[in-house]
Design a protein around this ligand. Structure first.
Ligand SMILES: Nc1ncnc2c1ncn2[C@@H]1O[C@H](COP(=O)(O)OP(=O)(O)OP(=O)(O)O)[C@@H](O)[C@H]1O
Length: 295
């Protein structure tokens, strides 16, 4: 078996003395896979991404990227490209200067791909960053992410602020780039519905903890909306396994996980089932705990 690209064991990170960050996290990411990172606001995604990309030092535990700790490790950092949301770009530089500087940093930089990508985004390399719209700046940052050819690349909220046409261009370029299976990619996003077809495995954080790490098809199959007569579903409705209950007149609809006792109970009744969207399921799965976070 090939060694994982990222190996995290028992990682904890606290902002300041005791502020929440990441708690006792174990995670392993493999070569050539595309991961979706999902979590509600404050779940710990940025903290985790910053640790994996050497911007923060773990307080406890082990973080290895390509077998080495990324913090202050130039050799490892050359293999990592982290495209942050609102990626910092020098406003005075022309796009072509931005590309040149990035090319010095990433040993696998592909100039041709950079040019093709800028062309696809209809970006003029002679333009200065300060003259670009927010969406155009994002497109410049995405170009760096693609052309870096970095074996481990993270795109944080890659499509925020991009119009539908530009998003499509990015998805197409990303698919082409991933075809060879050489790069490990994380797409961190709140808008999972749109990105889900590009993702193989989901990593879900909640309140600093890893609550799910599974192939996306399995997660899609994990939950079910059960609809039937409210009276007959009374026990299911009040069961602690019920992730969500909606009632309308004498009908009830309950969101359940298929490995739950409540699902076994529900199946004994006359019910109609429907698969929830991935977004609905993840939101409900992180609902109850989330109330504690914000309270
Ligand atoms: N610099 C900081 N100082 C203190 N606490 C912080 C700092 N950065 C993050 N936190 C806290 O750490 C927790 C995780 O934050 P993080 O930014 O990693 O979450 P996130 O999942 O990226 O959230 P979002 O989706 O809102 O960007 C939150 O409780 C947040 O308040």
């Amino acid at each position: 078996m090939t060694k994982p690209v990222v190996e995290i064991r028992d990682l904890s990170f606290y902002h300041g003395k005791d502020k929440k960050g990441i708690k006792d996290l174990f995670l392993s990411l493999e070569k050539g896979k595309v991961y979706g990172l999902w979590g509600r606001n404050g779940a710990g995604k940025t903290t985790l991404m910053k640790i994996m990309t050497g911007l923060l030092k773990p307080k406890k535990g082990t973080v290895l990227v390509f077998g080495e700790g990324p913090f202050e490790n130039r050799r490892t950092l050359e293999k990592i490209c982290f495209i942050q949301e609102n990626h910092p770009l020098n406003p005075a530089w022309r796009i072509r200067d931005v590309m040149k500087v990035a090319s010095y940093f990433y040993p696998k930089w592909d100039d041709e791909l950079a040019q093709e990508t800028l062309e696809a985004f209809a970006l003029d390399p002679a333009k200065r960053v300060k003259a670009l719209s927010k969406g155009m700046r994002t497109a410049v940052a995405l170009t760096i992410g693609l052309a870096s050819k970095a074996p481990f690349t993270i795109f944080d909220e890659p499509t925020n602020g991009l119009d539908a046409a530009v998003r499509e261009i990015f998805y197409n370029l990303l698919i082409e780039e991933l075809e060879e299976g050489e790069r490990t990619v994380i797409l961190s996003t709140h808008f999972i519905q749109e990105l889900q077809s590009y993702i193989e495995e989901m990593v879900v954080l909640h309140d600093g903890e890893l609550v799910l790490h599974q192939p996306i098809e399995l997660i899609r199959e994990e939950a079910v909306y059960v609809t039937g007569q409210k009276q007959k579903l009374e026990e299911v409705i009040h069961h602690s396994d019920a992730l969500e209950v909606k009632t309308l007149g004498s009908t009830a609809s309950v969101l359940l996980e298929k490995n739950s006792d409540a699902w076994a109970l529900a199946q004994k009744q006359e019910i109609v089932t429907e698969t929830p969207s991935l977004q609905e399921y993840l939101l409900r799965k992180t609902d109850r705990k989330n109330e504690e976070v914000w309270s």
